[in-house]
Design a protein. Structure first.
Length: 284
């Protein structure tokens, strides 16, 4: 099928990035947030990213203008009635996603493909909550979306071959490389990444080293571009905790169990960059 108009549910860190790359690839893009304040924050994030690209000579003024012209922000589901493909990028919670799908399916046409950017939730479970399980799949982006080349494509048990092919073709058209991941919590990348991040927290809890020294050790000793604690702050400690909890619930392996320190930091509201403090402090 031909994709002309793309919808994005959520204009947070991931949703705004997905909307940006879709619009940059020439798709008319509708992005929704729950209120005007969050919507404006997300659209501002897009404008700032594009402005930075122009300032560094990576992007022309015309390209910036075309991308912004392709984006329509909304707090309503109604504009999604023209969408051929919708990507959901909201909170990592099954019930919240199911409520969003229910509202969305009141307005989108029968041919529309629905994709979830979930990083851990079972795609088959999400597909089963819709009236289009054959036209549902997972499309997991990585942050920052405009810079990270990879997306994971996940087939539910019910995903049709046409939906899978169209999803891969769409991802390629927005400049991404795809890998096919199994419908298991964490898929491929987080299945390997999350235990590493949790082990870093446990090691710090057990006195192996300071946050700074562990990050420096992994960067300078192993060639990682970012240390585990800085990465946790970037991802969001609440998101990491949620993903780890879902993976532990599925596999019951100790490697996926959230460490006590991670839980306490989430309870204290120290969520990382987005809250101004996580393992490091940030200026908001």
């Amino acid at each position: 099928m031909t994709i002309r108009t793309v919808g994005v549910l959520g204009c947070g860190l991931m949703g705004s990035g997905i909307a940006q790359v879709s619009a940059s690839a020439g798709y008319r893009t509708v992005v929704r947030e729950v209120d005007d304040h969050l919507l404006e924050q997300g659209l501002l994030r897009i404008r700032q990213f594009l402005d930075g690209g122009v300032a560094r000579g990576k992007l022309t003024e015309d390209s910036r203008a075309r991308t912004l012209a392709n984006i329509t922000g909304t707090t309503s589901f109604d504009p999604f009635h023209e969408c051929d493909l919708v990507i959901e990028a909201i909170v990592e919670n099954v019930q919240a996603k199911q409520l969003a799908y229910s509202a969305l399916e009141r307005v989108i046409p029968a041919h529309t493909i629905l994709l979830s950017n979930t990083s851990s939730i079972c795609i088959t479970e999400l597909a089963a909550a819709t009236r289009r399980p054959d036209r549902f799949a997972g499309l997991h982006f990585f942050s920052p979306v405009p810079l990270m080349k990879l997306v994971e494509v996940i087939r539910a048990l019910t995903t049709s071959e046409e939906t899978y092919r169209t999803t891969v073709e769409f991802a390629t058209s927005i400049g991404k490389e795809t890998i096919s991941a199994p419908d298991r919590p964490g898929f491929i990348v987080n299945r390997l990444l999350v235990p590493y991040l949790l082990d870093a927290v446990r090691a710090h809890e057990n006195g192996l080293g300071s946050v700074e020294d562990i990050d420096k050790g992994m960067m300078l000793g192993c060639g990682h571009p970012i240390g585990p604690f800085a990465l946790l702050d970037f991802i969001g400690l609440d998101t990491a905790y949620s993903v780890a909890s879902i993976m532990f619930e599925e596999f019951r392996e100790p490697a996926y169990a959230p460490p006590p320190l991670l839980k306490r930091m989430v309870l204290a509201g120290r969520l990382g960059r987005k809250s101004g403090q996580g393992f490091y402090k940030y200026s908001l």
